[in-house]
Design a protein around this ligand. Structure first.
Ligand SMILES: [Zn+2]
Length: 663
């Protein structure tokens, strides 16, 4: 058990468990296995207040919920089984009952203060989707309390222990798996993995209360496996229960058995079941006082995110607390200012591991420039007036001009402006867009590729761009995409590619899709189409004031083939398309190769295991033969007891096998 789990583990005392038993005996007086298990659960739930409204996932007939939380009135239920739903509705416990799979529950987001699930999650397929859905329907800070079984059951399942003691490993395996199958127990995860799955789904785990530690657990598992043995017209429990009703003082006698088991418990911090209490992670964390930089949306209520970034409580943008001030962004001196000449040489190489601008002018053309052109051509055909902010070496502007667009670039550094003019023979503007004297409504398209995140005042810059756009004009934006609401820890645990974008010196604002909407929609840019970006950490969004039409491949080709340089561009696009196809084929073939290799490795392992097994069996045969040759006269008397136990276990297995899984 890891240290974090130890810190949140709270073991139940004898008194709590026995008080739970006394209470639960009112409900199930003559079902010993259920009594053993529910006594622990009841004890773990006692003295807790559940904020309302509550959702009971896997609610069954509602009897248990009403028994545990009689004072709660605002509760809804969810279950898959029509018969359970019918009885739940009749019980009057629930305001509403949904008949649905918890992995796809038709419940609105953020409406419940608590979700409760008693012994239901371990039976559900797609558990990770189920947990994500539960997180979704909870309010921020909402409580999630539930009981589950875990992988300790494999160690403590008594029928399997007995079979193994008789050297019947295969039988032990079969007994255990048939018991799992009977209960449709598909998620016997370790307690650590239950906690990890909760964290993955956006929860903070607050408490782990082990239930059914070893002795109580073994007792419960033995009683439960016997109770469900198939008889001709039902289960063993069906005739045992009426019989137990005739045994005077049965519940008290059974309490004594539980008490004895409790007296023998040596480690209460591990159980074969648990009640876990978790909280939906809040988006309202601790507000940081006096942040160095407020959000672009003018909100200064920012909460901590990572060492150098805070998150805006209003729009979700990550705001760098380091980085350049507004007066450090323009380039006045190319030899010393941040975005001067060296930014394109030593800084790109040393800090970003990228080739220098001269190499990039060649490398970017058949890669990102073609991706951007293909996207643009889908929405706008040449000729059209196009401006690219932060056009760097100018390759994309050059490509646009060859495609037939009237394209211009813009850069902050005089040196880069000159480099782009010389390299691609293109018109370039120098300085921030706010300082340019350009007529309003004069551009069809304005492109900002990898620019938005560098701006010190993105709202003002975008307002300028919007003023320059014709009414039907388009904004094309590529910027890193913060996968809101993931925390920094979650990103680190998943090794998320977005982590590479946390470059506090340059990336002053990192937008999520929601943050981009917050930025653009108030400016009248109501149409946002998010395209799949070229890089996994980016978003690419096509923005307009009015609905946009898309051109077909044929229309795009006809437009390009109308000019000599357009022919060259079309040929480049054809090659890019061919490369994409080859990449896809390669990926398919690689996946196939890996799958075949895995199969070979698996078969090889099986072969080795089977060889080892064969050798072991041979050794046993030879050993037995030797014993037989020696004439073991005492053999028959000793064998009687062993074969009786095996016969008994085999009959248990046969009985299990006849039983079909209920769920
Ligand atoms: Zn904001």
């Amino acid at each position: 058990m890891n240290i974090l789990l130890q810190q949140i583990t709270h073991a139940l005392s004898d008194e709590q468990v026995l008080a739970g038993y006394d209470k639960v005996a009112e409900l199930y007086p003559h079902t010993p296995s259920l009594l053993m298990c529910r006594a622990w659960e009841y004890a773990a739930y006692q003295d807790r207040e559940l904020p309302q409204p509550v959702l009971d996932v896997g609610c069954g007939d509602g009897r248990w919920f009403q028994f545990v939380w009689p004072e709660i009135t605002d509760v809804s239920g969810l279950d898959m089984e029509p018969e359970a739903i019918k009885r739940a509705l009749e019980s009057g416990v629930y305001r509403k009952v949904w008949q649905a799979d918890a992995a796809s529950m038709p419940v609105d987001a953020g409406i419940f203060a608590t979700v409760f699930a008693n012994s239901s999650l371990e039976h559900m397929d797609n558990i990770h989707t189920v947990l994500t859905n539960i997180e979704r329907v909870l309010r921020p800070d909402g409580l999630f309390i539930f009981s589950i079984f875990n992988d300790e059951i494999a160690k403590w399942f008594v029928p399997a222990t007995l079979a193994r003691a008789q050297g019947e490993d295969a039988l032990a395996y079969r007994l255990y798996n048939e018991w799992l199958g009977y209960h449709h127990l598909v998620n016997p995860l370790s307690i650590e993995n239950w906690c990890a799955a909760l964290v993955d789904a956006g929860f903070e785990v607050l408490e782990h209360i082990p239930i059914l530690p070893e002795m109580s657990g073994r007792l419960f598992l033995l009683l439960d496996s016997l109770w469900h043995i198939q008889q001709d017209a039902g289960e063993l429990g069906d005739w045992l229960q009426p019989y137990l009703q005739t045994v005077p003082g049965f519940p008290m006698a059974s309490r004594g058995i539980l008490q004895s088991a409790l007296a023998m418990e040596s480690n209460r911090s591990v159980g074969c079941g648990a009640v876990l209490v978790a909280k939906k992670k809040s988006c309202d964390g601790e507000v940081v006082q006096n942040p160095n930089r407020s959000c672009w949306c003018d909100n200064s209520r920012l909460i901590s995110f990572s060492a150098h970034y805070l998150a805006c409580t209003n729009c979700g943008t990550l705001v760098s607390q380091a980085g350049l001030g507004p007066d450090q962004i323009p380039v006045r001196d190319d030899s010393s200012d941040f975005y001067g000449r060296e930014y394109w040489f030593s800084y790109q190489r040393e800090h970003l591991g990228l080739p220098n601008i001269a190499q990039r002018a060649r490398l970017d053309l058949p890669e990102r420039c073609l991706y951007w052109l293909r996207t643009l051509l889908t929405y706008k055909l040449p000729p059209a007036r196009t401006l690219e902010l932060g056009s760097s070496h100018g390759a994309f502007v050059g490509l646009l001009r060859n495609a037939g667009f009237e394209a211009t670039g813009l850069e902050l550094s005089p040196w880069v402006v000159d480099f782009a003019r010389q390299t691609f023979d293109i018109p370039m503007l120098h300085g921030p867009i706010e300082e340019q004297h350009l007529p309003e409504q004069s551009f069809d398209v304005i492109v900002l590729n990898d620019v938005l995140e560098h701006l010190s005042d993105p709202l003002t810059t975008i307002k300028h761009c919007v003023a320059l756009l014709k009414p039907e004009g388009l904004l094309l934006i590529q910027t890193p995409c913060y996968p809101e609401p993931k925390t920094y820890t979650e990103l680190v645990r998943k090794d998320d590619p977005f982590l590479k974008m946390l470059r506090e010196d340059e990336h002053l604002y990192l937008f999520s899709q929601r943050a981009v909407r917050c930025l653009l929609e108030p400016l009248g840019l109501s149409v946002l189409e998010f395209k799949s970006a070229l890089f996994p950490y980016d978003m690419y969004v096509v923005v307009s004031r009015q609905p946009v039409l898309q051109y077909t491949e044929d229309q795009i080709t006809a437009s390009l083939m109308a000019s000599p340089s357009g022919h060259l561009v079309q040929a480049l696009l054809d090659k890019a398309c061919e490369t994409d196809q080859i990449r896809t084929q390669l990926a398919i073939s690689e996946a196939d190769r890996a799958a075949r290799l895995e199969l070979i490795n698996r078969l090889d392992q099986q072969l080795q295991a089977s060889e080892a097994d064969r050798a072991a069996r041979l050794a046993v045969i030879e050993d037995l033969k030797a014993k037989l040759d020696a004439g073991a006269a005492v053999h028959s008397t000793r064998a009687t007891t062993a074969s009786f136990a095996v016969r008994w276990l085999r009959s248990v297995a046969r009985l299990f096998q006849r039983r079909k899984a209920r769920r």
